[in-house]
Design a protein around this ligand. Sequence first.
Ligand code: ZN
Length: 235
Amino acid sequence: MTRESSLVLFSGGQDSTVCLVWALQRFERVETVGFDYGQRHRVELIQRLKVRERLVSEFPQLADRLGEDHVLDLSALGTISDTALTREREIDFAANGLPSTFVPGRNLVFLTFSAALAYRRGLSRLVGGMCETDFSGYPDCRRNTIDAMEQALRLGLERATPIETPLMSLTKAATWRLADDLGGAALVQLIVEETHTCYLGDRGRLHAWGYGCGVCPACELRSRGWDEFISGRPA
Ligand code: ZN
């Protein structure tokens, strides 16, 4: 454990919840930031608070390190993007191969606002759940994009703001395994019950892997990773 602090980009999904616990085990002070950008799955803004509450009550050894939560209004991003995450629109693929769930500039904007917030709060680094392994084809989740952002922030803020991406090279199954390593069955259960991944915001039915419609690309990735995780787990 270092004495450093961090700001976790925390959407309330599976990946950012694993990142939050990862950060709590490493850094003395951890704050969280979420973004309201008019996403269709706004339910994640409610779930992220439930995740924080359960982490505090079920992992008291980490609770002291968990500091303030921040929610930033980025509704302008929703108004300028015509995507399946921000409009009633089919999830499909554009001619350039990118899915219609891709919100152009989203991670770049999130990282810039997060760095500005970390600057004000005196937090030394950012932690994000970007992943280029099992990702949905989002170019702003690649490590080379993140490296370029780090450099832009270092130049623009005249201060280094390292961006930790602990899930970058993990498959979804490996992310479930990491949750198991970090917090055992209790953390896995918390993630199943409280984190939100489904693009359509569906929380009507609890599957073994969590709530969701079961058919959108986010549910599909999450459930496939879960199956792989479970089949590799010692009985
Ligand atoms: Zn879904």
